[in-house]
Design a protein around this ligand. Structure first.
Ligand SMILES: Cc1cc2nc3c(=O)[nH]c(=O)nc-3n(C[C@H](O)[C@H](O)[C@H](O)COP(=O)(O)O)c2cc1C
Length: 171
């Protein structure tokens, strides 16, 4: 069975809750809080499948617990070839529609540049925003959700995404 690691950074709990739901629904998946549990770049090497979670802050930036790991990844350029990766994270399409969930796009670009293969793209329908770095070829490069404006939709979005990942990745 593929080993699944759910690596997440979350400041107010939205992305953490999603990560915990994912862990409930994906058998054997391990949760790694980037603030408390992350052991360094080799930690990614322990898993076949990486689910990478981050909310978006500042001007489309990943959540703060990702800053150092992303810097190290860019510098050290480890080979992530053969790994399957998918991205998820909270944002706010109304107040921050100029960079809605853009962190997912930045994470996607870095992990795929290191050889990981991205799964779990989702439709942008149902969201209203001006711009997002997470939009690739008309889809989000992962699971976007918005607990500020559409909290009632988040659980359904997560469940649908889990079904999609199971089918796409053979989990
Ligand atoms: C100062 C500030 C900046 C933010 N910037 C963005 C942004 O650029 N894009 C976005 O989609 N959401 C942005 N947000 C919204 C957060 O991503 C949102 O509140 C999210 O639910 C936080 O998730 P977390 O609790 O997992 O960290 C911002 C929020 C604040 C307070």
């Amino acid at each position: 069975m593929a080993k699944v690691g759910i690596f997440f950074g979350s400041s107010t709990g939205a992305t953490r809750e999603a990560a915990e739901l994912l862990a409930d629904e994906i058998k054997g998946a391990e949760l790694i809080d980037m603030e408390e549990d992350f052991d360094g770049l080799d930690h990614f090497g322990e898993f076949d499948v990486l689910l990478i979670g981050s909310s978006t802050w500042g001007q489309g930036d990943p959540q703060r617990d990702w800053v150092d790991p992303l810097y190290e990844l860019s510098n050290e350029q480890p080979d992530l070839g053969g790994k399957k990766v998918a991205f998820f994270g909270a944002g706010d399409q109304k107040t921050h529609g100029e960079h809605f969930v853009s962190a997912l796009g930045k994470l996607h670009d870095l992990f795929t540049s290191l050889g990981a293969e991205a799964y779990g793209y989702t439709a942008t329908e149902g969201f209203t925003y001006d711009f997002s770095l997470a939009e690739k070829g008309g889809k989000f490069c992962g699971l976007a959700f918005d607990n500020v404006n559409q909290e009632e939709l988040t659980d359904v979005r997560i469940s649908a995404w889990v079904s999609q990942l199971k089918a796409e990745m053979g989990l």
